[in-house]
Structure formats: C-alpha cells, structure tokens
Design a protein around this ligand. Sequence first.
Ligand SMILES: [Zn+2]
Length: 508
Amino acid sequence: MADDDRPKPSFFAGIAAFNRKASLKKAVTQVTKRDGSVVEETLADDGSYLRATKNDGEAKDMSYLERSASPPPSDSGKNQERPNNNVPLNPDAAWRTIASEQQFLPVPTVSTKDSLWKKSKHGSNNCTRIVCMSDTHGQHRDISVPKGDILIHGGDFTSTGEIKHIKDMLRYFEELAFPVTVCIAGNHDMTLDLPYYDRSWRRFHRKKRFNAEEGRQAVMNMMNDTTTTNTDKTKQGKKPEFYYLEDSSCTVPIGSAKEDDDDLTSQPTQQQKEGDHDSQKKVKFNPSVVVHKQPKTLSIYGSPWSPEFYDWAFNVARGEPSWKIWSKIPSGTDILVTHGPPLGRGDQCDHGGRAGCYDLLEQVQNRVRPRLHIFGHIHEGYGTSFDGTTLYINASNLDLGYDSVHPCTVVDLPHDPALPPRIVEPSCSITGDDLVNGWFRDKGYEILADVLRDSGCEGQNLPSGDELLNTAEAYWEICRQLDFRTTTSLQAKRELRKALSQLYAASF
Ligand SMILES: [Zn+2]
C-alpha cells in the first residue's frame, strides 16, 4: 500500500544497482500484492537493498535503496552541511556546551475529561489521539494499551531480534486494531538489520542462528497486507493500516470536516475528490469547508538508528555519519519517530551521563521542527519535555531493570497546527481499599490477590486513586507492602505490573 505512494528514485539509479548483480545475494523478502504484482527485496554485500516490483515475472520498477524501506525523500536536508560549531562528539561535553540555550517549557497537558477527543467515535474534529509505546523487549503482552487513533512503537520490541517476538508483536498490533499503527526497529531488533546480523549473530545466538529473513518477511507481509485476513477490525469497519518505517515516511489522513463524519481512516477516492457532486460528500472533502484550513493529513517519519554503543544493530557513529542519517528527515514532518533520543531530552542514564544524539537535536530544532518527537532506547529517560515547538516523548515501557512499569504515553494532537500537542492525564477512582477488597481477584489476578490477602496489608497503606496511575512508584510501593516470600512471588509481581497497566489504560 505505502509502496505506491512513495516517490520513485531515478530508473537509472535502479539499473546501476541492478548491474552490480555480482554482489547481490538471494532475495530476502518477497510479497505478492493484491493486484498480483510481486515486490522483491534483494540484499547486496554493501548492505543496500534492491527492491523490484515485478508483473508476470518481469521486473517493471526497480529502486536502489540505501538500507532503507523507501527511497530518501526529496525534500530532506541532505544538501545542508553539518555546522562546524566545535560542539564535541562526547554527548556529556556536547550537552555542557549547548544546555544553557535549551528551553524547557512546561509540558502541555489535558485531563481526560477536558479532552476534545471522543472515546465513542475515534477521530474527533479537533484532535488526533496518539498512543506511544517503546522498548517492550518481548513483554508487550503485559502492557495494556489505551485507545486512540494512531499507535506508535519506538523500537526494541524484541530482546535480541527473536522472530517469535517480532511475529507476536505484529499479532498484538492486529489485535489492538488501531486505525493506524506505526513501528520502527531499535538496536535490539537485530534480525531486522540483515547486514548487521550477518556479521554479528554469533555474539548473541551462538547455538542457533535465527532466520532473520523470516522476521523481515513477516514485517513486510503485514505492511503489504497480503497475508493478514482481518480487514475490518476497527470500529469504523475500515482496514487498519500498518507501517514499518526505516528511514522512510508515511502520510495518514486525520479528522473530517463534519463532526459526525466517522470516515477517519480512509483517503477520499479520486471520484470523491473530483467527480462526485453529491452534496454530503462534497462537504466532507472540500478544503474550504474545513475550519482554519487545517491540514488533512499527518506525515510521520521513522528511523531505527541510535548512536554507536558497543556495536549493536542500527548503530551509527556520532558526528558526520549521524548528521547524514538525520538529513534524510523531510522538513515537513509532523511526527518524528526515532529509536534513540536527541541530546538532552529523555536521554539521561542512570549514572547521570547523557546518551542522546546532538546531530539529531540540531536537525529537529533547527530544520525539521516536528510537533512530536517520539523515541525510547534509554529506559530510565522515560518522560516528556517541551521546547515550545516540539513535544519530546521518551515512551520506554520498561525501566532500567526491564520491568514493564511505565505506561503508554497518550497525547492529543490538535488539528490546528497553531495549538501544541497535549499529554492526556487519566484519572482513577479505585482506592487502596478496593484493591484489598478484591479488585485484583475480580480482574483475574489470582496469584497477586492471594499474596495481598496473605500479607494482611491494609488498604490505607496502599496507593489510592491517581497515585495508582503513577504506575512505577505505585508498583514499588505495593511491592514494599506485600510479603513476597513465596515461590509465586515472580508471577505475583508480574501480575501486579499487568494489573497496574490495565488500570492505567482503563482510566482514560
Ligand atoms: Zn534500544
């Protein structure tokens, strides 16, 4: 689906790549689209992909892809040179140089009851609800996801590229059935970085090499939507869209001109745009009717790269190589998704040092200026910050110890670009007494309920109401109150994390 909308690189570039056949290996993914054409990705020795669309076995369109799911966009900043401003490569030193110029404004928020987003009908006329998750490392099933219009995953959905994690993550996305799901890879999703996995698999999987092509094929299949059978899962009966972005963009439609129009997830057909004179439909897509000439689409760009760190997948050296990667981000991007954080935003490690990328921050603040920048990678950097233009979200669901204690981050993005995005704050009426009086058991957390009962702990000593929505603190506080000296303590703790995640997701 996305393939057809993307700008095509020059045909000669494709031929040039194809002529280097000697260095090409076997096809790594092959997808049959609904129109019968076949899209085939082939990996060359230098780590680049050749993508060819074939009809009746004959190659029709070939594109040379520099380790990318789509060609670099044309309106990027790739001709812009890296500023020679003596900012050191070391992120801590770089931060000391630039920190005083950085603005940290209060993060705009909205309570769930004041939000203009309508739960009953996805896609209000005013804003799009975006739900962010990241760094789930195979534990995605323990994380409840609040409802919204667009689900974004910032990478690291596996531990070390496990194919079963990739496939189950895709299944989970299908089950969640967001109208639009966008996902990138991270440094742990190493089987998706085929050239990397080719040279590094022994380091992680000495006993058994994963079939990396199988993982990539599963992702491509889902994106091309040929093997999935659930075509009508969203409430509107529209086909959910899935995008795996790798230095590539997607454009998704938002909102509608009429309040009761629930045609959120589909683009107007050519006929509707031009030839259909039915007045109802004309109102829907006539830009002059849309108040304030609000944009009808959002552009989302995704990239899996993070600064070099002990040679993991999708690693890139700081400085010029990083600058080049971020130069590909198109200037009009509304939502930027990268695995690694920019310098100074959600990038502070447990030891106090910084791990973010200066070159990414430079491009984000001085050229791209997206409304949202979503990332993960540094688990302990979980949280949000705002510089007046961009709202930065480190959406890591796992903490430093890989416990799934951080909830998904929910943000309302107003369709009026003059208004800032707002973090949505849920509210909770469940009390500590409710927990003691059977809430966990009612929700099926039997082992946890037993431990709570046997601990003889009182409701007044447990977090209550909105305190329960500060899930990481609530988790550690309840752990302190409970007697975990049983053989089932690990299961009970896991149930507690799941229960708090469920409570959070249900509080919007
Ligand atoms: Zn990571």
